[in-house]
Write a protein that binds this ligand. Structure first.
Ligand code: PAF
Length: 288
């Protein structure tokens, strides 16, 4: 696996591959790679002839007081895992390479609406940072396809919209969430939790599972399911940011006829903010 630190180097390599007709899959990451990330790389491998992975802890998507400085940076381990998983090229830019204007972007990509709800409400500016960096990375790498995890479901939907709205010539391939044995979704931020907190944190997935199941059977209304999940999470020791049932394709508030839904949640366990979701395929409404 080669490593490129500059935009020019990545472009030169990808241009060479493209010239010989090879397709290119891309997996953007912030490093500290776990089995969830590696499953994205594997999926990219299946979909494309060549795989590029980026590791870039993007300052633009962290707000003041968030964990940018303590975000785990484990480059040598990450490199070994990527070699073992069969990535062809690691793109490892500096902040200056990505944002030459004093380390910040001068031009931003903003996806209105989706950026301000759910996680966007408690993390103002976060999704503008995500959309800006992913748009830049897609322009740099120019991949055939990009693989994005469904754990960050709001990010996925927002980037799908950005790609459609800006006519970016790339296919987005969503990848299922990978979980620990107890159900906790894999996340780099799980590393902040103690062993005991990791067990408690698994309650997040259990509450969403229960809410999803009740909604599929139409045993509870959306509001009842959300309220019950919030209560259960509080009892499990979480400080709840939100639990919200949304329409799956655009994260709008659902109406009774909508069948493809998703329940999304964000909650704090001590100083660690965790997110998760569960898809819901609801039965049609009962007719009188
Ligand atoms: O999901 C992430 O790790 C990041 O938000 C991404 C997509 C790599 C952009 O920095």
């Amino acid at each position: 696996m080669d490593t490129a630190e500059t935009i020019a180097e990545v472009r030169a390599q990808v241009t060479d591959w493209r010239k010989t007709g090879e397709s290119v899959g891309f997996v953007p990451t912030m490093g500290n790679l776990h089995a969830g990330h590696l499953s994205l790389v594997e999926l990219a491998r299946e979909q494309a002839d060549r795989v590029v992975v980026s590791i870039f802890v993007n300052p633009l998507q962290f707000g003041p007081g968030e964990d940018f400085d303590r975000y785990p940076r484990t480059l040598e381990e990450d490199r070994r895992k990527l070699i073992d998983t069969g990535a062809d090229l690691l793109f490892l830019p500096s902040v200056y390479e990505m944002y030459p204007a004093d380390g910040g972007a001068a031009t931003f990509v903003h996806v209105p609406g989706l950026s301000e709800v759910l996680c966007g409400q408690s993390r103002p500016g976060h999704f503008r940072g995500v959309a800006t960096v992913v748009c830049k990375l897609l322009n740099i790498v120019q991949p055939t396809c990009v693989v994005l995890g469904e754990k960050d479901f709001q990010q996925l939907v927002l980037l799908q919209k950005m790609v459609r709205d800006l006519d970016l010539p790339v296919e987005i391939i969503p990848a299922p969430t990978r979980r620990e044995a107890n159900g906790l979704a894999l996340s780099s931020r799980n590393g902040y939790l103690t062993a005991e907190q990791r067990e408690d944190a698994a309650q997040l997935q259990r509450c969403l599972e229960e809410a999803g199941h009740a909604l599929e059977l139409r045993n509870r209304t959306v509001t009842e399911a959300e309220t019950r999940a919030v209560d259960q999470l509080r009892q499990a020791g979480f400080r709840v940011d939100y639990v919200s049932v949304r329409r799956r394709n655009d994260l709008a508030l659902p109406c009774d006829e909508d069948r493809e839904l998703i329940v999304l949640a964000a909650a704090w366990m001590d100083r660690t903010r965790l997110i998760d979701n569960r898809k819901i395929d609801r039965q049609p409404p009962a007719r009188e």
